[in-house]
Design a protein around this ligand. Structure first.
Ligand SMILES: [Zn+2]
Ligand SMILES: [Zn+2]
Ligand SMILES: [Zn+2]
Ligand SMILES: [Zn+2]
Length: 456
């Protein structure tokens, strides 16, 4: 028993050093430290395993992985995560930059190589003389006009350039002869098409001036429907001359969610994609893109809220039906019992508060509300009627204590020149805004606003 105990003690004393060694070995073999091992030139042959240039090339292989010894690693051996400190990360970035710097001229030459034509100006497909190339297709090969049009029958928004003997000049697919036939499958031509019509299409590649023919077959859909089926959103209904590609609208939607990108900056960025120096004739479609984007967002809400599959028509949807209810709050019959239960788990906790940062200056706008009452903000028509009916109600001072200034200051807050001085919102304990849970405020945090709000 004594010998056995001594043996265990000795092995416990020895284990820290061996465990530390194994963990360190593992750390060196895993991703980040692999380069260090290569630089030191210890056991890896650089000819058989070249040093990776970037960290993401250095993905550790399954054979390299050696799990640390669990016997002694828990108390004494630092983990791999602890070893990779912030200093190690900054050293790694610096090491990559030092490794890249000698290749700088090579990278620059490769960029310039793309600005020059190949030695033979022949079409990559049919070997006839060629001068066109597409910047959006993966291949950088030259194409003749026939092969260019054939390849871009279903990609009319690609950015195309033409070699003019001195440099690659931006041209349009229309100048190469492309005519987009709407209303039929790609490649099919309408037997009774309309006359040629100009259409300016905004896409992620920039502004595209296209020539289209609409379908005029029997039972042909309307012009705007034909454009929508090409994933182009028309700016107007009657005679659309401008359209916006769906992927561009979706991209801007994501940018606005993630970057708070405003429409003006995005619109100008799209213009710069086609004319970075502003040398061509000016294009004025800013009002159109703002309006279309507003409609696009409204349609996305209706589409994702299942408005089309509702028993109501889109124009008469119940208030709050397009808002997302909190999945964690109790919903009788869905995630809790139908019967009223009084324990804390099945109690709905709500909080209400106002924010006076969200102001709106009164510029005399006359606007049409697309989805009033459908989502988080209360239906404006009955709300305004209620406010007008109670405009002269006098609000009594609060007796809740000297710290509750919001109520007492309702009438003293300045609201001159503002249509809205703030908003009040109801949220649950999971920070979800409730459907119909937001009202705007016209003069501080008055009872008449909050009472109506709470009643919804
Ligand atoms: Zn060709
Ligand atoms: Zn292309
Ligand atoms: Zn047709
Ligand atoms: Zn909740």
């Amino acid at each position: 028993m004594v010998r056995s105990s001594r043996k265990r003690k000795r092995s416990a004393e020895e284990s820290p050093s061996s465990a530390t060694c194994e963990v360190f070995s593992h750390a060196r073999k895993g991703g980040r430290f692999t380069q260090k091992r290569v630089v030191e030139g210890s056991r890896v042959d650089p000819r058989s395993s070249p040093a990776p240039l970037f960290p993401f090339d250095a993905i550790p292989q399954a054979d390299d992985f050696q799990p640390p010894d669990e016997r002694g690693s828990s108390n004494t051996a630092p983990s791999v995560k602890q070893k990779i400190s912030n200093n190690d990360k900054s050293r790694s970035v610096s090491a990559v930059l030092q490794e890249w710097t000698p290749h700088r001229t090579e990278f620059l030459h490769e960029l310039l190589r793309l600005e020059a034509p190949p030695q033979t100006l022949s079409c990559a497909t049919c070997k006839s003389p060629a001068t066109y190339r597409c910047l959006d297709c993966l291949s950088a090969n030259l194409l003749c006009s026939a092969c260019l049009l054939l390849r871009h029958a279903d990609a009319p928004l690609h950015k195309v350039q033409k070699w003019n003997g001195e440099f690659f000049k931006d041209v349009t697919l229309t100048s190469a002869g492309l005519v987009v036939h709407l209303g039929h499958n790609i490649g099919d031509r309408c037997p009774s098409p309309s006359d040629l019509q100009d259409l300016m299409v905004f896409g992620l590649s920039g502004v595209n001036r296209l020539v289209v023919r609409y379908c005029r077959c029997d039972h042909a859909p309307s012009k705007h429907a034909q454009l929508l089926r090409f994933r182009w959103f028309p700016a107007t209904i009657a005679r659309p001359a401008t359209a916006f590609a769906f992927d561009m609208l979706d991209f801007f939607h994501k940018l606005q969610d993630q970057n708070k990108c405003n429409p003006y900056d995005f619109y100008n960025a799209i213009l710069r994609r086609s004319d970075a120096a502003g040398l061509n004739s000016a294009i004025h479609r800013y009002n159109e893109i703002v309006l279309v984007f507003r409609i696009w967002c409204h349609l996305q809400i209706l589409k994702r809220g299942g408005a089309v599959h509702h028993s109501f028509t889109v124009g008469s949807l119940p208030n709050g039906s397009m808002a997302i209810p909190c999945p964690a709050c109790p919903h009788p019959g869905k995630n809790t019992l139908h019967l009223p239960v009084s324990d804390w788990k099945n109690t709905l906790f709500l909080g209400i508060d106002a924010c006076f940062k969200l102001k709106l200056k009164d510029r005399g706008f006359s606007d049409t509300d697309l989805g009033t009452g459908m989502g988080y903000v209360v239906d404006q028509s009955p709300y305004r009627t209620y406010l007008e009916a109670n405009a002269n109600s006098i609000q009594s001072a609060t007796t809740c204590g000297p710290d509750l200034h919001a109520v007492n200051q309702a009438y003293t807050k300045s609201s001159q020149g503002y249509a809205v001085t703030g908003v009040a919102a109801v949220s649950c304990r999971h920070a979800f805004i409730r459907p119909k849970g937001v009202v705007d405020l016209q003069k501080g945090e008055r009872y008449i606003n909050i009472d109506y709000h709470w009643g919804q």
